[in-house]
Design a protein around this ligand. Structure first.
Ligand code: NAD
Length: 453
């Protein structure tokens, strides 16, 4: 544990004071601090790339595209739009209140706690923090203990950019998270697993704290017989094996129309051979820690492996692995896989598809590959999921105009771009009644009203 409870209590008192100083929380100040943050991240770009490599050998190109690019985009969007978004919005008054002028004000919640996972350790920690700070909240950010080098660089950046009254990184593991969750926050933003999401939500229920939970689940990926096989195989292998499958929105299992299953399986294998050099796997991330390695390699026992399956404990390496129709009661299918193992099933009717997908909780994402509009419409109407893509995987994440989040067990709430603004502000309605006219109809005695009958 890096910090004592008393230090956290003192920090929160200072954050409360910060929130009361209007000059510090003005929109102009928030925009300049976002600019300062952006330039500081630029200065530390190489340190970030190295930190994430040390944590789990993520290739530089993946850090640039899936961590830094997303963060710069979010910063640019807030820098450009914050003034416009923050303006109070006039709405037409209710005639019962005539005369009045009615407005919705967008106000910060106050003190925000952000708890982050390890899989995109920079981006998933800092993106919600950017939204929260931009909206005028203070932030305490706890990164994951499983990506310690990234946690250190996040702490360094925050220490260089912010006064701790405004935003602070507190590193530590579960015990630190528990102490943080015992405090009274105005908003909690949690990204992580479903079981821990449940614990977090129980913990903050005692203060009835509003929150967002960005969780996981088993994301289906459907390949219909009309799909363009070459492109589908490329896009699936990319979205699944990027970050070694340690992506919350990676396809968890494939459902392939039985008419094309053999052909598609062959295409997946040739695509994987094309993507990764089997001698070095240099463009391929390693598993985050020993326990995750043990769990995933343990899953492989008794499975029908049709490609991959090699592993190396020294480097926490597990090759991209395809498995044929594992039993639904196998450990692999009982929880989110969150690693480079891809189970492949076939279906012969829409009913079979429905039965399989509906046997799991509502997923964070769903993907469908098909050239038939009728089929993709039917899939989207039949299944409920956080967000989805037709003819690709995971790319909905990069459009900051799309709210990102889950449904049911895969999460509550959403963020990114304008959705982050909506998440990290509270809508505060104010009716400004005018005094130049006062229609007495609402006042007692009601005998006046009775005379209208
Ligand atoms: P995790 O739930 O184990 O940990 C997440 C964070 O919670 C960490 O900072 C950790 O220290 C903290 N934590 C762990 N146990 C805790 C407890 N008992 N009380 C309080 N805090 C606790 O998740 P992880 O292994 O870091 O990440 C993987 C999971 O996150 C996967 O399930 C994945 O699907 C999900 N995820 C979701 C999204 C999304 O945007 N929906 C993004 C990335 C990852």
């Amino acid at each position: 544990m890096n910090i004592k409870e008393n230090d956290i209590i003192e920090l929160l008192k200072s954050q409360d004071q910060f929130l009361r100083i209007a000059s510090k929380t003005s929109v102009d100040n928030r925009i300049s601090i976002l600019k300062k943050l952006k330039s500081n991240i630029k200065t530390h770009e190489q340190d970030i790339i190295e930190a994430i490599y040390q944590d789990f050998q993520k290739p530089e190109f993946e850090v640039l595209t899936t961590e830094l690019f997303v963060v710069y985009k979010e910063l640019n969007l807030f820098i450009k739009n914050l003034k416009k978004w923050s303006k109070p919005k006039s709405v037409s008054p209710a005639w019962l209140n005539f005369p009045s002028s009615d407005k919705i004000h967008y106000v910060p919640w106050g003190k925000v706690l952000v708890i982050a996972p390890w899989n995109y350790p920079f981006q998933l920690a800092i993106t919600p923090a950017i939204g929260a700070i931009a909206c005028g909240n203070t932030v305490v950010l706890k990164p994951s203990e499983h990506a310690p080098h990234t946690a250190d660089i996040l702490k360094k950046i925050f220490d260089e950019v912010f006064e701790e009254q405004q935003a602070k990184v507190i590193t530590g593991a579960v015990d630190t998270a528990k102490i943080l969750l015992e405090q009274k926050w105005d908003y909690v933003f949690f990204t992580g697993s479903v079981p821990v999401g449940r614990i977090v939500s129980e913990q903050i229920a005692k203060h009835m704290t509003p929150h967002t939970l960005e969780l996981g689940g088993k994301n289906p990926c459907i390949i219909d017989s009309t799909a363009k096989i070459d492109i589908a195989a490329k896009r699936i292998c990319w979205g699944k094996f990027l970050n070694a499958g340690q992506t919350c929105i990676a396809p968890d299992y494939l459902m392939i129309d039985s008419k094309i299953k053999d052909e598609f399986q062959e295409k997946l294998i040739s695509t994987l051979k094309e993507f990764y050099s089997e001698s070095s796997y240099e463009d391929y991330t390693r598993l985050i820690h020993d326990a995750h390695y043990e769990k995933l390699t343990g899953f492989l026992k008794d499975l029908n492996i049709i490609y991959g399956g090699e592993y190396d404990a020294k480097t926490n390496f597990l090759a991209p692995t395809l498995v044929d129709s594992p039993d639904l009661s196998s450990p692999l299918m009982e929880e989110e896989i969150f690693g480079p193992i891809l189970p492949i099933y076939s279906y012969s009717s829409f009913n079979e598809l429905e039965e399989m997908i509906s046997s799991f909780e509502k997923p964070l994402s769903l993907y469908v590959f098909s050239e038939s509009k009728g089929f993709t419409n039917k899939v989207n109407e039949t299944f409920d999921f956080g967000g989805g893509v037709i003819n690709d995987t995971i790319v909905h994440f990069v459009n900051d105009k799309l709210p990102f989040g889950g449904v049911g067990a895969s999460g509550i709430g959403n963020y990114h771009g304008r959705a982050s603004f909506d998440t990290f502000t509270r809508k505060k309605p104010i009716v400004n009644r005018k005094t130049w006219l006062d229609i007495p109809i609402k006042y007692p005695p009601y005998t006046r009203v009775n005379s209208f009958k």
